[in-house]
Ligand binder design. Structure first.
Ligand code: FAD
Length: 329
């Protein structure tokens, strides 16, 4: 039997993250050529109810690691779980979403297994012997590096969210589920999360949003972001921002997109009054469709944009909002 592919399916508060299911979808596509099993791993304090989703998204086997000590993320404990499972399973690859947790866990698992780690992939192929060929943006998205680990065993890879599509969900009742005997074998967490508090608003998470309306200094002031909030509400989108407006205190840092902010890959990114500096592009250049609204026809954002509107955002954005509302009515 060919070595399987292991997928870490991240969960938070009893819900599987889409990024993990996307990794599962890609693992299933890669597994077809080599006839490999795809093993989904779910880790947490009460994750037994979460087995249905990986099963219906293509996993051929599900492993759950359940323990009260795993209620919140701990690098050390989660690394022990994934690395111990991998040491027995000998997967050709270990895939996970390039989320904050995934990026942290991947490096530590790879270090523990003495294997290669490739972060933030936007394309991933597998050769017959299991060797991966991964594409990842480098230099803030200016270039794409094609990377091939030298050893086709236990290659650890994180996949950029929203790039890889989910497999169509199909009911699956006969997928074996295995409960891992959790043992930390002296592993002590170096830090413990004592309290996690949700922010007061129920804002959409930028890294998971499929539509983002983003604003820059062209908005002229914090109050004018209401225009973007209204367009975002009509589209079911999240609102992002450039660093210039975050530095000015108009928006919180969690809204910042770019080199020193978040990396997003939505289906649609609408940049309003954003010049498109290279550092901003670093966080959004992998968006599928980019619409730029800017009154300067020479703004760099137009070089990247799929569609460009040269004009005053204060006129265009309300018209766009109205049109979307009419279409949805
Ligand atoms: P500006 O560059 O001032 O652009 C405003 C735009 O609005 C202009 O193009 C203007 O033509 C347009 N405009 C003005 N009025 C209107 C109107 N009425 N209608 C339509 N358009 C209008 N930036 C990020 O965004 N994210 C990062 O993570 C980031 N990290 C950085 C890290 C480093 C180390 C450095 C050095 C810089 C970083 N920057 C980052 C900053 C980046 O270089 C730019 O300064 C910043 O992106 C500019 O933000 P902006 O486009 O909102 O503002």
């Amino acid at each position: 039997m060919a070595n399987p592919i292991l997928v870490f399916c991240e969960q938070r508060d009893g819900h599987l993250k889409k990024a993990g299911l996307e990794a599962l979808g890609q693992a299933c596509r890669l597994s077809k050529a080599g006839g490999r099993d795809v093993v989904a791993l779910v880790v947490g304090s009460s994750v037994s109810p979460l087995t249905q989703e990986p099963a219906s998204h293509g996993a051929s086997r599900i492993v759950i690691a359940e323990d009260p000590a795993l209620s919140s993320y701990s690098s050390e404990l989660f690394t022990t779980i994934v690395a111990d499972l991998a040491a027995g399973l000998k997967p050709v690859a270990i895939l996970m979403g390039a989320t904050a947790m995934g990026k942290d866990l991947a490096t530590k698992v790879a270090a523990r297994l003495k294997s290669a780690v490739i972060q933030d992939c936007v394309a991933l192929e597998m050769e017959a012997d299991g060797s991966l060929i991964a594409t990842r943006p480098i230099y803030g998205g200016k270039l794409r590096a094609v990377v091939k680990p030298t050893n086709p065993l236990m290659q650890v890879v994180t996949l950029r969210p929203n790039i890889f599509s989910l497999l169509e969900s199909k009911p699956a009742s006969d997928v074996p589920i295995e409960r891992l005997a959790v043992s930390f074998d002296g592993t002590r967490p170096m830090a413990r999360i004592r309290d996690a508090r949700a922010t007061a608003d129920d804002k959409k998470e930028l890294t998971e949003a499929s539509i983002i309306v983003s604003g820059g200094r062209g908005l002229k002031g914090p109050d004018n972001f209401i225009l973007l909030e209204e367009l975002a509400a009509a589209l079911g989108a999240a609102v992002g921002a450039s660093r210039a407006v975050v530095d000015a205190g108009w928006r919180p840092h969690r809204d910042q997109i770019g080199l020193t902010g978040k990396t997003v890959s939505p289906q649609l990114y609408i940049a309003c009054g954003i010049s498109g500096a290279i550092q901003h592009q670093a966080g959004m250049s992998s968006a599928r469709t980019i619409v730029a609204i800017n009154n300067n026809p020479n703004a760099p954002i137009f070089k990247l944009a799929t569609y460009g509107i040269v004009g005053d955002l204060f006129e265009i954005v309300p018209l766009l909002t109205e049109e979307v509302k009419n279409l949805r009515a």
